[in-house]
Design a protein around this ligand. Structure first.
Ligand SMILES: NC(=O)c1ccc[n+]([C@@H]2O[C@H](COP(=O)([O-])OP(=O)(O)OC[C@H]3O[C@@H](n4cnc5c(N)ncnc54)[C@H](OP(=O)(O)O)[C@@H]3O)[C@@H](O)[C@H]2O)c1
Length: 287
């Protein structure tokens, strides 16, 4: 059996968006358990603060995951530094009013919220496969029935709305897990809905939605630490199935039914093929 450097060390958990909100709370929770934590985000300030808290076990990789190039660069750095990854939690996300296009010509929400997760997940399959009991958790609105893949116009060039873009990416993230688990059944892949979590300030939201969200959060949302406790329990004890979906209930989780169209394997394969074509097209342009 090949022994990879680091295989005998503390477990390594990679958290995209691990510097704020739910990701930061999870990073702190896992550091308290003695694990190695690698947080990915853009802003080095919160990243530095996490590293200082981490007693040598917290690491930060500055990455802009809104582009394929930025995501691949981060994946290369990760695989170079961490040949074994025990858990990958994907939570990087950002809200911005209006339609934005990345330097690679893709709609921002599609690129950051869905495509970068596809790219990162597949790029880290090697280090995940080397772990004894690897788990990946994709944070989005798992299990929601609203929204769909706009097959003819996934970049939403016509009739854009932020809601449409976020719902499309959410459905795509659900399908991403199904297709990934088919390819890598040895890795536990979980689509996760954390419910409403108070991660104020909602700086990317336009008014009056920001004020409304902040007011609602103050009354009904869970604290990030509560969501992190629920997530942590999944990292420790993932469901037995290669693919599963869970929604937070307090500090625990409830199963989401994965037999319906939201998780249809044929649709998942179709999205996987479309995504690979899109990535190949991008590569052809940049070659
Ligand atoms: N909060 C909720 O109520 C809720 C509900 C359902 C689902 N979720 C999902 O849970 C996840 C975490 O949500 P949250 O509310 O905790 O988020 P958050 O507090 O807004 O934190 C987002 C994180 O993503 C990073 N990020 C944003 N844009 C990035 C980029 N281009 N490249 C790399 N990193 C980037 C941010 O750091 P930088 O800005 O420094 O890059 C930050 O660390 C998201 O996927 C969200 O969709 C949340």
């Amino acid at each position: 059996m090949v022994t990879y450097p680091g295989a005998d060390m503390a477990r390594t958990i990679v958290i995209t968006g691990g510097t704020r909100g739910i990701g930061l709370a999870l990073a702190r929770a896992r550091l308290r358990r003695g694990e190695e934590v690698v947080a990915l985000a853009r802003d080095p300030g919160p990243g530095r603060r996490l590293v200082e808290e981490g007693d040598g076990r917290a690491h930060f990789i500055a990455a802009d995951l809104s582009t394929v190039a930025g995501t691949r660069a981060a994946a290369t750095e990760l695989t170079d530094r961490h040949p074994v990854i025990d858990a990958l939690v994907m939570g990087a996300h950002g809200l911005r009013p209006g339609r934005h296009v990345t330097a690679e010509g893709l709609e921002l929400t599609f690129s950051l919220y869905y495509l970068s997760r596809h790219v990162l997940l597949h790029a880290l399959a090697g280090p995940l496969t080397r772990a004894e009991r690897a788990v990946t958790i994709n944070l989005s609105g798992a299990g929601m029935k609203a929204g769909r893949i706009h097959w003819d116009d996934p970049q939403l060039t016509a009739g854009y709305s932020a809601t449409k873009a976020n719902l499309q990416a959410g459905r795509a993230n659900d399908l991403l897990g199904v297709a990934f688990a088919e390819r890598y059944p040895g890795i536990r892949t979980i689509a996760y809905n954390p419910g409403f979590v108070d991660t104020r300030p909602y700086t990317g939201m336009a008014q009056p939605w920001r004020a409304l969200a902040e007011a609602a959060a103050a009354v009904v949302a869970a604290r990030p630490e509560t969501a992190a406790a629920a997530l942590s329990s999944l990292v420790d004890e993932p469901p037995a199935e290669a693919f599963s979906a869970r929604a937070r209930r307090g500090t625990t989780n409830r199963p989401i039914d994965t037999t319906g169209p939201t998780y249809d394997p044929a649709t998942a394969r179709r999205l996987d093929a479309m995504t690979r074509d899109l990535l190949a097209g991008l590569d052809a342009v940049t070659r």
